[in-house]
Ligand binder design. Structure first.
Ligand code: ATP
Ligand code: MG
Length: 602
């Protein structure tokens, strides 16, 4: 808070105002009062002087009429009658000769006084005047009064009275008045300071609180000193503080919510202002872009996204567009979809910002691709047998039907193709059931010994026909029971053994082995066939994946066998692996979990 100089404070102004008011009041009152007092005293003085003069004149008159004026009588009379302090009187005859005086200096007696006032009085005119005596520095009242009998001038009464007493009194009154004024001013000043403080203290407090609020502190409250307007101001201010605090904490909470949503969402979010300068980047977006928050804040969105020309890509920002970009996220190649939303403030045509949402769509796109491939594969697999069916049926229609031997052969092909299609559809149905999580397993304790013997017996005939030896290599001691669905496991073994036979040449051996591992029994099917190239091994479990399509198809394969086998083994809680050496042979092995003792009891 800036410090105010004292002369600029309200306190000072109030004090000055009070002082001026008092001063003016005192001046006005003083002017009237002193004028009135002065005129009262002067009138009083004049009246006394005149009364004295008239009294003397009346008494002296009879003495002046006499031939020989009795000086002693006049002397006595004047001395006895004249009772004015600080005043002197001279009595002069009709020639202006001083008959008697009250002055100390009696030398004037018998001499002629030629003052102008006396001369005028001798002519019959009474006159009085106030004169300044430079010697005594005093003002005196001079009065010359003719003493007449009818029209005859008998003499003159000449009076000089000092007015000093009157003025002295006046000065005293003035003095009292001045001291009073000074005292009143001092008191007023003190009172003014105290009074103005009752105004300035709350105002100062409000200012202090407001300054604290500017600094972000909304916890203080202003003290209320009184119930007047200033008190009301203080109360309103306190209310304002509370409301502001509430509003602020609400905004703060909203901000908090928004920011926690932004940080905790998996999608990246970038917000930019109307000039495409970035104002917000959440954590996932930072991870995708591989940049820190501080580095991109305030930067141009185009630059940060490494989009070359503004014009070229402007459509993305003008309308709400989206684009896919390959990005390197944490060292991995990921496909990111950028969706742009242009923000427009209500009523404004100018865009006020852009929000870009960054989604990692790698898996989504891969799945989509897989799905498309799957549909293509299915259609393709179905089309081949259907084409065959059609051509054979056409041939039959065109006359082959009349040749019984050929017809029979054709019908066998037709049946084969139909079987193939049925198998394909059954496999697909099974897979889609598994995809939907419908396994319908009937888990039972299963003896691997028995199971493998059964299966190998089923292949005995085929082994003879194809001249491929099938050998069962089982441990001497009986293997523990496994927990499995017999039909499903037979399906797995069927496929694996038939694969081995399909992709092996004559005079080779297929070995079926089994041994116990820690919590499972491992079953292996090993052949000496054509093997699988390394590059194909990784994809061998994919649906419809066949290394040699022609050969597989001619052998009646669809490429679904291994993926079904894998699905079944995984559902049982086992694992399946394949390793192979090109032109040397292949080994497929899978595990089945043991049938626990406790489960036996259950
Ligand atoms: P299906 O089993 O559906 O009748 P298929 O046998 O062609 O058809 P899979 O069992 O899934 O399909 O096998 C996929 C591919 O893996 C085969 O087409 C084949 O190329 C290769 N393959 C599988 N087992 C062997 C093996 N023992 N030796 C060599 N190649 C194999
Ligand atoms: Mg197969």
């Amino acid at each position: 808070m800036k410090r105010i100089r004292f002369f600029q404070t309200v306190q000072w102004k109030v004090v000055i105002l009070y002082l001026l008011l008092i001063l003016i009041a005192m001046q006005v009152i003083g002017a009237y009062f002193i004028r009135a007092t002065e005129s009262y005293y002067l009138n009083n003085f004049n009246e006394t002087l005149n009364t004295q003069a008239n009294l003397l004149a009346v008494n002296v008159e009879k003495y002046l009429e006499e031939e020989n004026i009795p000086r002693e009588d006049i002397d006595n009379l004047i001395h006895n009658l004249f009772a004015l302090r600080n005043a002197d009187v001279q009595l002069l005859d009709q020639n202006g000769i001083v008959l008697t005086t009250t002055e100390e200096n009696k030398a004037f007696i018998g001499q002629k006084n030629t003052r102008a006032e006396i001369n005028m009085a001798l002519l019959g005119t009474r006159n009085e005047s106030i004169q300044y005596n430079p010697e005594t520095r005093q003002r005196v009242k001079v009065l010359a009064l003719p003493i007449k009998k009818g029209t005859k001038i008998l003499g003159v009464l000449y009076m000089v009275a000092s007015m000093e007493e009157v003025y002295h009194t006046m000065r005293q009154i003035n003095g009292i008045f001045a001291t009073g004024t000074v005292l009143a001013l001092l008191l007023t000043a003190a009172l003014g300071i105290v009074l103005s403080r009752t105004i300035t203290t709350p105002v100062k407090e409000i200012t202090r609180q407001a300054t604290a609020m500017v600094g972000g502190d909304f916890n203080g409250q202003v003290r209320i000193y009184s119930e007047d307007e200033i008190g009301q101001l203080g109360e309103t201010f306190n209310l304002l503080t509370r409301k502001l605090k509430q509003a602020l904490s609400q905004t703060e909470a909203e901000k908090e919510k928004l920011s926690s949503i932004l940080t905790n969402m998996t999608d990246g979010v970038i917000a930019a202002d109307g000039n495409h300068n970035i104002i917000l980047v959440n954590k996932p977006a930072q991870r995708i872009l591989g940049v820190g928050y501080k580095k991109v804040l305030g930067k141009n969105l185009y630059e940060v996204l490494a989009i070359p020309g503004e014009e070229e890509w402007d459509f993305l920002f003008k309308e709400n567009g989206s684009m896919l970009m390959d990005m390197n996220v944490d060292g991995e190649e990921r496909l990111i979809r950028f969706s742009f939303t242009v923000l427009k403030s209500r009523g404004e045509e100018e865009k006020s910002g852009i929000i870009a949402v960054l989604q990692d769509v790698t898996e989504q796109e891969a799945m989509e691709k897989e799905r498309k491939e799957f549909v293509a594969n299915v259609s393709h697999e179905l089309r081949t047998p259907l084409t065959t069916l059609k051509s054979y049926l056409e041939a039959l229609e065109e006359g082959v039907i009349d040749d019984p031997a050929l017809s029979r052969r054709f019908l066998r092909v037709l049946l084969n193709e139909t079987d193939r299609m049925t198998r394909l559809v059954t496999d697909l149905l099974q897979l889609s059931r598994y995809d939907a999580g419908q396994y319908m397993l009937d888990l039972q304790p299963l003896s691997v010994h028995e199971l493998l013997q059964d299966v190998s017996e089923r292949f005995a005939l085929r082994s003879q026909q194809e001249k491929i030896a099938l050998r069962l290599d089982l441990p001497v001691d009986s293997l523990p029971l496994v927990k499995a669905d017999r039909d499903n496991i037979i399906q797995v073994l069927d496929n694996l053994i038939s694969n081995s036979m399909k992709y092996s040449n004559e005079n080779t051996t297929v070995v079926i082995r089994a041994h116990k591992e820690e919590n499972a029994v491992r079953i292996e099917i090993i052949d000496e066939g054509m093997g699988i190239r390394r590059r194909d091994l990784d994809r061998i479990f994919e649906r419809f994946y066949r290394v040699d399509k022609a050969r597989s198809r001619s052998a009646g394969g669809t490429g679904l066998g291994l993926s079904i086998a894998r699905q079944i083994v995984l559902v049982h809680g086992g694992t399946i692996e394949i390793d192979s050496e090109w032109q040397k042979g292949t080994r497929v092995s899978f595990t089945l979990p043991l049938y626990g003792e406790n489960e036996d009891e259950a």
